[in-house]
Design a binder for this molecule. Structure first.
Ligand code: SF4
Length: 318
């Protein structure tokens, strides 16, 4: 995860809940991708360190356990850049220029000047991040499949050039994530200023929920609503599925107003975030504990990646 800002509900339902499940089934490595963040935040890099620390606090508050998984910061483990350099040497330029996610990122981050040398190599660094661990699976959504395919192609090119199967061809672990839109119906993103953050206080959260765009056709309280077209309703589906049918019926027959519906959602979200925020507040007051977790993660990550790098250099004869 790139540490470019505070974490929001989109991160919770799109990644962290899944990670919390995966850590019970697999040996997991969860990485703060600070080198990746630098590629888009190079003009204001001081935010990266602060966000990295803050994001790890949120991960743990959301149930990621340092006793079950390895939590680490990418730049702490120098093997990522070593392997990145090696893989850069053998990755054809055309593969990167064609990469659909590269084109997407350029479009998505259009407020940043990312037409840089490093950014074109972004997928190679991602490949190094995965291949250094000999990862068998990478949890991704379907839209990220082309990116993983590039990693697989790079691994195959390496193995074929040096005639030994050192790098493992990672498989996707496809997960369907619930999609949560931001307050204004665009993708939830800090650059759109439309997020509900995991750390938002009850008052801020209430104000944000009350500002959510609802069914545009429901002008008056007495108008029947179209819950299937309402963002508030989709939040109920994620955070209070047992109320979805009731809200749907009441909305359709104008038995509930949008103000009441949103106020209720605001309470549901407050309750949902309460244990996360309590844990977060405790962790913030114990910075030493977080630093220890990061140090322990670095050692574990180095153990694994230094083994891979040794093998990589051996077959290359360097
Ligand atoms: Fe949306 Fe609720 Fe209003 Fe229906 S009542 S339009 S679900 S906010």
């Amino acid at each position: 995860m790139r540490p470019t800002g505070r974490l929001h509900l989109g991160h919770l339902v799109g990644a962290l809940n899944n990670w919390a499940r995966l850590q019970d089934e697999y040996e997991c490595f969860f990485m703060v991708a600070d080198w990746h963040a630098l590629m888009s935040e190079y003009a204001n890099p001081s935010i990266i360190k602060e966000n990295a620390f803050d994001n790890i606090i949120d991960w743990i508050a959301c149930g990621i356990s340092p006793d079950k998984a390895t939590i680490f910061i990418q730049s702490d483990v120098k093997e990522h850049l070593d392997l990145f350099m090696i893989l850069s040497a053998l990755t054809p330029l055309g593969w990167l220029e064609r990469c659909p996610t590269y084109k997407e990122q350029i479009k998505e981050l259009k407020n940043k000047d990312i037409s840089t040398y490093a950014f074109l190599g972004y997928p190679v660094l991602q490949a190094a991040d995965i291949l250094a661990y000999k990862a068998e699976y990478v949890p991704i959504g379907e839209d990220q499949l082309p990116h993983l395919e590039l990693t697989r192609e790079i691994a195959r090119r390496f193995n074929s050039l040096y005639k030994e199967d050192i790098l493992i061809d990672p498989q996707p672990l496809l997960t369907a994530f619930p999609r949560l839109l931001g307050l204004d119906l665009r993708k939830m993103s800090k650059s759109y200023d439309n997020c509900i953050y995991l750390s938002d206080s009850r008052d801020i959260l209430h104000k944000k929920v009350m500002s959510m765009i609802t069914d545009p056709k429901r002008i008056k309280r007495t108008d029947p609503g179209h819950p299937e077209k309402c963002n508030v309703h989709s939040y109920y589906a994620v955070f209070k599925p047992e109320l979805v049918e009731e809200i749907k019926e009441k909305c359709k027959f104008a038995q509930i107003g949008c103000t009441e519906c949103k106020a209720k959602l605001s309470e549901i979200l407050t309750e949902h975030l309460r244990p996360i925020q309590e844990k977060r507040n405790k962790l913030i007051s114990d910075k030493k504990q977080i630093s220890d977790i990061i140090d322990k993660g670095k050692i574990k990550a180095e153990e694994v990646t230094s083994g891979t790098l040794k093998e990589v250099k051996r077959v290359m004869g360097i």
